[in-house]
Design a protein. Structure first.
Length: 202
């Protein structure tokens, strides 16, 4: 089974983007950490303990692993990816014929988080609407939740070739809206007392 895990908003300046999410959308933003692949993040963690919005910036511009993000944000901030959570990453990878690999983050508090990923590599604009898959295993530690945090990611509206995306998902995933048109995330809905919609380019 698959669930929405997180959406990624690529940013040129992490602190500026953090301020924007806090002032324009009223969303509390937590310190994140540093990934081995040359990126750094901050997160809007939801109260469900399972979903979050990731603000992702390049931390080491010379790291080859961060080039995909540098390319995407060259013209400005915007949605650049999304992840579905699974508890059986091996089966998902086998179905799609893609490889798994480890991922990790050095958190601001000094602890390390780890997971297993399955995705198309290298990432291309033609596949921008396809999510990657993540399995945290039994050691998952959800981010802390700040006052005023959203309840959950309610939905993700995704553009691109709908047949290809449906095939990639392997079935209906709650909260995923297939929109057609330009590939990639078009908008994200956050459940609060009402609902906040963040639409491309956001």
């Amino acid at each position: 089974m698959l669930w929405i895990d997180h959406v990624i908003y690529g940013v040129q300046d992490l602190e500026r983007a953090r301020g924007r999410f806090e002032t324009e959308y009223g969303l509390p933003v937590l310190d994140g950490g540093i990934h081995p692949g040359g990126t750094r993040n901050a997160v809007v963690a939801c109260q469900d303990g399972a979903t979050y919005v990731e603000l992702l910036a390049v931390d080491e511009p010379t790291d080859p692993s961060a080039r995909w993000l540098s390319r995407i944000i060259a013209d400005g901030d915007g949605w650049c990816g999304w992840a579905l959570r699974t508890d059986d990453i091996a089966s998902v990878a086998a179905r799609l014929g893609i490889a798994t690999r480890p991922g990790s983050i050095q958190r601001a508090d000094g602890t390390v988080g780890s997971w297993t990923l399955a995705s198309i590599e290298p990432r291309t604009s033609a596949e921008a609407h396809l999510p990657f898959f993540i399995d945290y295993g039994p050691s998952r530690r959800p981010p802390g939740v700040l006052p005023g945090a959203p309840l959950a990611i309610a939905w993700v509206e995704v553009g691109g070739e709908t047949g290809r995306l449906a095939e990639w998902l392997g079935g209906e995933v709650h909260g995923v809206r297939l929109a057609g048109g330009e590939p990639g995330i078009h908008a994200v809905g956050l459940a609060m007392s009402g609902e906040i919609e963040i639409r491309l380019p956001g």
